[in-house]
Design a binder for this molecule. Sequence first.
Ligand SMILES: Cc1cc2nc3c(=O)[nH]c(=O)nc-3n(C[C@H](O)[C@H](O)[C@H](O)COP(=O)(O)OP(=O)(O)OC[C@H]3O[C@@H](n4cnc5c(N)ncnc54)[C@H](O)[C@@H]3O)c2cc1C
Length: 433
Amino acid sequence: MTHSEAEHHETLIIGGGPAGLPLLVVLAGGVWPRYRRCPRLEAAAPDLARRLAALPGPLTELDLEQVARVVRPVDLFNLLHRPENGPSPPERMGMDFIQGARHDALLLTRGNVGGLWNDVPRRLLTLSPAHWMEFAFHPLTVWARENGRDLDPEALIIKQDLIDYYHSIPERFGVSDAVVTNCDVERIEPDPAGFRVTTSRDGRPRCFTSRRLVYAGGQRSRLRRLGIPGEDLPIVSQRYDSPESFLGDRVLVVGGGRSADWAATELFDAGRTVHYVMRQPAANHYRLVSDSLNLPYYARLAEIHRSGSPRWRVSFETHLRAVKSDGTLTLENLSGRWTESADRVLLEIGGDVDYSLFHGFPPFTLVEKRDRYRYQCHQLAVHPHNHESVDAPNLYAGGYLASGINNVVVAMHGATYVIAADILQRHRASEHR
Ligand SMILES: Cc1cc2nc3c(=O)[nH]c(=O)nc-3n(C[C@H](O)[C@H](O)[C@H](O)COP(=O)(O)OP(=O)(O)OC[C@H]3O[C@@H](n4cnc5c(N)ncnc54)[C@H](O)[C@@H]3O)c2cc1C
């Protein structure tokens, strides 16, 4: 195949994280949800429950527009996954899964499947109970049993267990051949076939076309930069794994989000001298910490704040302005500029959704999404019944890149079945034309 030739698939999914990966299983693996009596739905929406019970086929055949008149389809699927709010054993879920036809879908992703969890710190715990992170078709308890792991679905889950779970999915559901890992999508444009996607893998360009495209690149597909002198010096790092692999006694941590909180806490506990610098005012940070005291590592951060340790200093509403190779740092806040020195600088300043990959489409309508503490990302405005962009037909927003979805994994799982149902129905309709 020459560079200009493109490999065609019905559906391309960009991003193999908790949003894109399960969609591949439902589409390419033919793992279809089917309604099973759900007392909670019967109590909340009896007409809808009756309609689902009368559906002869899988839930991917649901009339999503009709459902949307009663409840957002994503919420319906979330409820069927967790009718008891907590972890539901498969036999108590409001859906089970049957083997359906395999759809021609291909997943393109940087690194391995599992999304940003591949790159978070080695010992990071989730913020939420383990079961929030699971896919309905493969509950964590089932995975743990199959793999001889001891795992409490209500407890926080450590990164390594979570990533092992995600890594196991392609083989477990027979979709390994439909995954292209270590693949960087560089450009997405309209094509007579639908979409044209230009990628680079090991420096080699490769093109794909598809009729439909799901963009599930996550909320930090492009890491932010400070745009300051010295940002690319070797003493500055944008990646943190563990104190053992992060050398230097005096560390400046720049951030203010949960990743920076984790790194600053862990580095302090490993005996380092930490200066923690953030743009946000003190009140925002302390509110998040005090709201998160149920999490052991936030309880620890609160303790460190109170400790008065000479190894711990926090500067709010402060900006790093320059870094020199000898470790001289220039910082600035409302009182003025000053210099100090450090052995290493860690930038944990998050990322943005990368819409710059898209060329030649009408301008996308974007919606600013905030949580209780801060700006989170720009979501793509979508039709709530199918998560298709309101601006570009056949383009779907994966996970919480879709407008209206809350920024937690537990709120986005239902989107898998919504998008899959719409794609499968359109595909069937086009075949019968
Ligand atoms: C430190 C941290 C802790 C978190 N803890 C929790 C938690 O406890 N509970 C919770 O619910 N949520 C948590 N989150 C939120 C997190 O966003 C979700 O857990 C989840 O990973 C989102 O899934 P996703 O698939 O949308 O995005 P991601 O996990 O980011 O996956 C997207 C994938 O797409 C790939 N990609 C992006 N652009 C391209 C491109 N151009 N070409 C190819 N591939 C591309 C990325 O490399 C990545 O692999 C946390 C986030 C962070 C940063």
